[in-house]
Unconditional design. Structure first.
Length: 674
DNA sequence: CCATAATTCTTTTTT
DNA sequence: AGAATTATGG
């Protein structure tokens, strides 16, 4: 077995894969076989006698998790007994247990389901998304009578989030200046309300796990014993709290394998801390450090262009990438009049290359912001080219889906007042803000009990009738969790609450909105197909698992991925440069390469952020295997008005001899084009 | 209390 | 330009 595991690897990769014990840090350039290295190492550990259940592999995205699971199970010849899409399942077949591979957040959620009782939460906690987080922040600021015009709630929220990431807990933080003292006050309030609601935000998942590990050494010890071999992917993207978490888990057996590339660090805005690479060398001085510099992915021209771009950054670990691949084509740079012409050019180029034998699945269009997708989509629709967008339109962010999810969340956790606030009068049932205030003043965290208490108080007849009916509904709903399967629960929720009729009536009143209505009902049906796979789980467990998974899921359409393979041609993939990390395509379009867009205008004043933009550009460029086509628009519509943009500095950083520059083929009056 | 009108953001990137 | 939030009136 060992031979076949090492067969297709180069010397450096073999070195990294073969070390069983002790800390290892691998710096791996783009296309240097990082995932291969990780997966083969897992297989090698197992063949060297390590028990699979003693292995933990941590990734950043669900996509990476899925990929790694598939490749490891292929290497091990492992058949998943349950649907592999069930990300939180812990698969086993017979006595063989599969190694645990998951994102930071999903692994912590799993730990917390078992251990969080120690911190005064219960195991059925709900997870807040960004919107929930922001509205709670706003609510607290209103309660504390803080002017949200002067102090942006989003800024406050970010500050709270960074305090958490730095492991500054509300009980130990009071702030050092006016602003941070104010934030500290909001923070304390925010956290105590979360706890009362039995809800965690994204940061809590990591931070509370760390808290438990620090305060309860016997718990930490159990997990250290369980996960004696730890692998961390995309190590450059870890934040301080994640670093501490990994360090706590790894410090006993010291079999810590971290792989990453400082040049591909693109999440510092989300508090990824590049110093974690340096800290690793400090905390594990015995660590082996291995550089993977051979690129298997791109042509020489593409790789050289990427290196020229990144060489303009001051801070980076020196490395020299090389490839045996051909020089390949020059990089196309095409300037268009506006974003519609740009999209038009991309469509034509796809047609040309498809005629040369490329399949649609070979193409990716990358851009800096989601907003850019629209013009390109329109062009593809007009041509009838199938495409898929990664990220962007969030299925689970649609109103009707969020409403139903709020019901589910409330059923799962009747302390969740945020979900309660969303649904108490959706569909309208005669309960106004006044009633809601009364309910929340009951000083009873369980809201069903709070409503029950209120129903005993005297009130105007119409109101008390509405409250009594509502109480019946809530009781009916809360029974569902223990008696029904997930899809049945959702069906029952839609029916019992009258939600479907509500949607129909809603669109009837807005006369011209037939499509929206159909779409919404379609979306609800879609939700039911997604949830089917949870029906095999135990009653209450299905709800819990489902809610956890969608809370931790970012790109939404992945649940429909099966369709892609059925079509031999596949689809063109559209996504942000961020979302493209870890992927590769024969042909990559890099759209909107203009000053102010990429690099984004908000980064131009800050040299640190500008370097991050450059790394992002480096990531985008190195996704391409054979062809890289850069497009720009001279005039671009932003916020409804037209902007004149210059060519991105990153494009100018590519040596001209690598570029085939296609000048704008237009000389007449340009104004008619925008 | 709810539907419509007026207004004010929004588009950086995501677990 | 479009979405989202707030103001207003029935």
């Amino acid at each position: 077995m060992t031979d076949s595991i090492l067969e297709k690897l180069n010397d450096k990769q073999i070195e990294a894969v073969k070390i069983v014990d002790g800390p290892v840090l691998v710096i791996s350039g783009p296309g240097s076989g990082k995932t291969r290295c990780l997966t083969h190492r897992i297989a090698h550990l197992i063949s060297a006698g390590v028990r699979p259940q003693n292995i933990l592999a941590v990734t950043f995205t669900n996509k990476a998790t899925e990929e790694m699971r598939n490749r490891v199970s292929h290497l091990l010849n492992f058949q998943f007994p349950i649907s592999p899409g069930l990300a939180s399942a812990w698969p086993r077949a017979g006595n063989f247990q599969f190694p645990l591979i998951g994102t930071f957040h999903s692994i912590c959620a799993r730990i917390l389901r078992n251990e969080i009782g120690r911190l005064g939460y219960s195991r059925s906690f709900n997870i807040f998304d960004d919107d929930d987080q922001l509205s709670l922040t706003k609510k607290i600021m209103a309660e504390l009578e803080i002017d949200t015009q002067r102090f942006n709630p989003r800024g406050v929220m970010n500050k709270i989030s960074s305090l958490k990431t730095e492991l500054k807990f509300p009980e130990n933080y009071d702030g050092e200046d006016f602003y941070s003292r104010m934030v500290a006050k909001i923070y304390k309030n925010y956290q105590s309300q979360l706890q009362k609601m039995n809800v965690l935000d994204f940061d809590d998942l990591i931070v509370l796990t760390v808290k438990i590990f620090k305060n309860y050494p016997e718990v930490l010890d159990r997990y250290q014993e369980m996960w004696r071999y730890i692998l961390v992917d995309e190590y450059q993207d870890t934040s301080y709290d994640q670093y501490v978490l990994i360090n706590l888990l790894g410090q006993k057996y010291r079999n810590l394998f971290c792989i990453g590339d400082d040049a591909q660090s693109i999440y510092q805005f989300r508090r990824a801390d590049i110093r974690n690479i340096l800290n690793f060398e400090r905390d594990y001085p015995e660590a082996k450090i291995i550089m993977l510099e051979q690129n298997y992915r791109s042509t020489k021209n593409i790789l050289n262009a990427a290196q020229e771009i990144i060489s303009n950054n001051k801070s980076q670990i020196p490395k020299s990438l090389w490839t045996d691949n051909n020089s390949g084509h020059k990089i196309t740079v095409k300037e268009s009049i506006n974003e519609r012409m740009e999209a038009q050019f991309i469509v034509e180029e796809v047609e040309d290359l498809a005629a040369q034998g490329y399949k649609l699945r070979d193409f990716a269009v990358l851009y800096r912001t989601h907003a850019q997708s629209r013009a390109i989509e329109e062009a593809f629709v007009a041509k009838g080219f199938p495409y898929q967008i990664i990220g962007g339109i969030k299925f689970y962010q649609r109103k009707e889906i969020k409403d139903i999810l709020a019901y589910l969340k409330f059923i799962n956790n009747p302390n969740d007042i945020a979900s309660f606030e969303r649904i108490y009068n959706i569909p309208p049932r005669g309960l106004g803000k006044g009633v809601f205030e009364k309910i929340s003043r009951q000083d009873e965290p369980n809201l069903i009990k709070a409503v029950a208490a209120l129903s005993k108080e005297p009130a105007p007849p119409r109101q008390s009738k509405a409250i009594a009916q509502f109480l019946n509904l809530l009781n009916d709903l809360s029974e569902l969790k223990t008696t029904k399967k997930l899809t049945d629960i959702i069906k029952a929720v839609v029916k019992k609450t009258g939600y479907e009729n509500y949607l129909i009536n809603l669109s009837l009143s807005k006369s011209d909105d037939h499509e929206t209505n159909d779409e919404r009902i379609e979306n609800l049906k879609e939700l039911l197909t997604v949830t089917k796979k949870y029906d095999s789980l135990e009653m209450g467990e299905g709800v819990e698992k489902f809610l956890e998974e969608i809370a931790l899921l970012q790109d939404t359409d992945k649940l429909k991925d099966g369709e892609i393979d059925q079509n031999k041609q596949g689809k063109i993939t559209l996504m942000t440069a961020h979302a493209s990390k870890g992927l590769e395509f024969p042909v990559v379009f890099l759209a909107g390469m203009e000053e102010g867009l990429f690099p984004h205008s908000r980064t131009l004043i800050n040299p640190v952020e500008l370097e991050e933009e450059r790394r992002l550009c480096y990531v985008a460029v190195t996704r391409a295997k054979e062809r890289l086509i850069i497009t720009t628009a001279k005039y671009r519509n932003i916020f409804g008005s037209t902007q004149v943009n210059l060519l991105s500095r990153f494009v100018n950083e590519i040596p001209t001899k690598l570029v085939d520059y296609q000048q704008m083929s237009w000389s007449d009056d340009e104004t008619i084009y925008y």
